[in-house]
Design a binder for this molecule. Structure first.
Ligand code: ATP
Ligand code: MG
Length: 577
């Protein structure tokens, strides 16, 4: 299976007339003017300080997608310039996630840390040009000298150091002769610039920490804003796509490349993805993991790619979602219902329909011969006849859902109740004759029914219509299972664009009922031992995927999503249907 080319074909087929988004408009123009010849070269540059989330998926689909569309290239580059937070565990998970989404960097896996020596040499040149200086101000002093949005900054007293002095000091910084935080290297730009990022920004700082790749080789590390344009330039990137909060950093990006006099690529900003009922930033997701609110980064409630994968989402559904939300220049929050709609659409045609009872209630068919077993024929997917049929055993004692029976039902309850008739899916019409209760607690423990032998599904003419159709499993043949039902991690939506507000109170908004474990579920024999990762539609209950916590004799099913599509409803309303 070649997911990448499948995807390419599908993409080309699906979007021949899709209007270009604003990034494509820029690229088309650049191709027309020959700015980079006919080249399109993008990169996806994660910092390996956590697991990727659905927001990163948007960036991955965009960057790799543009390369596919234009016959260009997309690099995977680890932006590993901060040794204190980064780890190989994250490097590995990121590669797994990008591949799983269906994209390939071929032989172009790079690390910013591979460029440390080169960046250092460039920096020496920068100092020689008089465009950078070593500054001894403390962090606090630097803040004071920096000025504000309305007031210009003040020049550092160290700004006038000679080139020779700066070269010597920078050399000593590199040699480890100074304490962490005692000195930095700064760009010499303009302390009165209206853009705070241009007021002599820090280019290098001293950090005494072991780097996951370069070990103790370095004790000075370039800042992200400085290392990033240089890395893009070294790799020959044409369009360096990042999120909107870097818009104010673009002048520094351009300044860096111009000051060094090296190949110039261009930065383009787009709006980051925000989703309702969840949080996105890695640092908050890490808090959820570290403080035990979720089991791990791949907890099926997490908006991480690994969490979505474990939950049962398909790469195709996530790519479809990223396509549909498109790219914009202003921030907004996307309704998570759209993501749910995409997975339902994808699974509808491919997931086998099976029967599972989540909260079992015993049902005895009094007039059905004891010991008799019928193998009923059931279609695997009415949407996709090619998926064929299977048999399901039917017998005198079965289980139905507790919720499908009510002793004193309200009007319009079309399920089972005393005296009422319902159809058992793929089987017969039954009628409820008697309710058995626990003498002590009064709890309903079983119902007795009779069946009409003339009404077997598919048997044709004698059949009459009944309103309710229930799913069920045969008591003697069912397998045990655990089912995990998920709800949103966060109960309500706050303005996610205001990351500060999110940080303050997201723990207060955690949904205490985001996980419900049902440990006494029963499933039809065909899914007693399904492979981990396989997906099914449990009739009437939703789509489910087999979790890696499964053990022989007790599979664990994650509910991917229920069947009720709130997005389709919203969409119809919007379209006035
Ligand atoms: P976080 O705040 O979650 O840590 P980040 O931007 O710091 O995100 P990086 O690893 O630096 O994470 O991001 C890699 C790439 O993914 C960047 O180009 C970034 O712009 C992009 N990206 C990150 N979050 C989103 C998002 N929510 N929507 C779209 N793109 C995103
Ligand atoms: Mg980051």
């Amino acid at each position: 299976m070649n997911t990448e080319t499948d995807y390419m074909d599908k993409e080309a087929e699906a979007n021949p007339a899709m209007p270009a988004n604003f990034i494509e408009v820029i690229i088309n123009e650049d191709i027309k003017t020959g700015k980079y010849g006919s080249r399109v070269h993008t990169r996806f540059p994660p910092e390996p300080n956590g697991y990727l989330h659905i927001g990163h998926a948007k960036s991955i689909c965009l960057n790799f997608g543009l390369a596919l569309k234009y016959g260009g290239k997309c690099n995977l580059r680890f932006d590993d310039t901060n040794p204190t937070k980064e780890d190989v565990e994250y490097v590995d998970s990121i590669q797994e996630d990008v591949k799983w989404l269906g994209f390939d960097w071929d032989d172009r896996k790079y690390y910013a840390s591979d460029y440390f020596e080169k960046i250092y040499q460039y920096t020496v040149e920068l100092i020689k040009k008089g465009k950078a200086y070593v500054c001894d101000l403390s962090a606090e002093e630097m803040r004071q000298y920096r000025g504000t949005l309305t007031e210009p900054g003040t020049e550092s007293p160290y700004r006038s150091r000679t080139i020779a002095e700066n070269l010597a000091l920078f050399e000593k910084m590199k040699a480890g002769e100074f304490a962490e935080g005692s000195r930095v290297l700064r760009a010499k730009i303009d302390m009165s610039s209206p853009n705070l990022n241009m007021r002599d920004p820090v280019l290098y700082r001293i950090i005494r920490a072991k780097h996951h790749r370069t070990g103790d080789t370095w004790c000075i590390y370039p800042m992200y804003d400085y290392a990033h344009p240089i890395s893009d330039s070294i790799e020959g990137v044409t369009h360096s796509i990042c999120t909107l909060e870097f818009e104010d950093h673009r002048p520094l990006y351009d300044w860096t490349l111009a000051a060094l006099g090296i190949y110039q690529c261009q930065q383009i900003e787009f709006a980051r993805l925000n989703l309702t009922n969840t949080i996105m930033s890695k640092r908050y997701l890490r808090r959820l993991v570290e403080e035990g609110y979720v089991s791990d980064w791949d907890d099926p409630r997490m908006p991480t790619i690994s969490g979505l994968r474990r939950r049962g989402f398909t790469p195709a559904a996530i790519r479809d979602f990223c396509d549909r939300i498109g790219v914009a220049k202003s921030n907004s929050t996307v309704d998570v219902a759209l993501l749910e709609h995409c997975i339902r659409e994808d699974l509808n045609g491919q997931a086998s329909r099976v029967m599972a009872v989540l909260k079992p209630l015993k049902l005895i068919i009094d007039n059905y011969p004891a010991g008799q077993v019928e193998e009923l024929i059931a279609e695997n997917n009415p949407e996709n006849p090619a998926m064929g049929t299977r048999t399901i055993p039917f017998s005198r004692e079965i289980y139905i859902e507790q919720d499908d029976f009510m002793e004193n039902p309200p009007k319009k309850f079309f399920r089972l109740a005393p005296g009422a008739e319902v159809r058992l899916k793929h089987a017969y019409i039954i009628k409820c004759e008697q309710v058995v209760k626990d003498e002590q607690t009064g709890e309903i423990v079983a119902v007795h029914c009779t069946y009409d032998p003339e009404t077997r599904s598919g048997s044709g003419t004698a059949n009459r219509k009944v309103k309710g159709v229930l799913h069920w499993v045969s008591a003697a043949h069912a397998g045990k299972a655990e089912v995990r039902l998920y709800d949103y991690l966060l109960t309500s939506q706050q303005d996610q664009e205001d990351e500060g507000a999110e940080a303050k109170d997201f723990v207060d908004r955690l949904n205490p009922n985001s996980l419900e474990r049902l440990v006494d579920c029963l499933v039809e024999p065909s899914i007693k031992m399904p492979p981990v990762g396989s997906r099914f539609q449990f009739l009437r209950c939703g789509y489910f995927a087999v979790d890696r916590d499964s053990v022989p004799g007790k599979p664990v099913f994650n509910r991917i999503i229920s069947l009720k599509d709130s997005w389709a409803k919203l969409d119809k309303k919007r379209l006035g249907l």
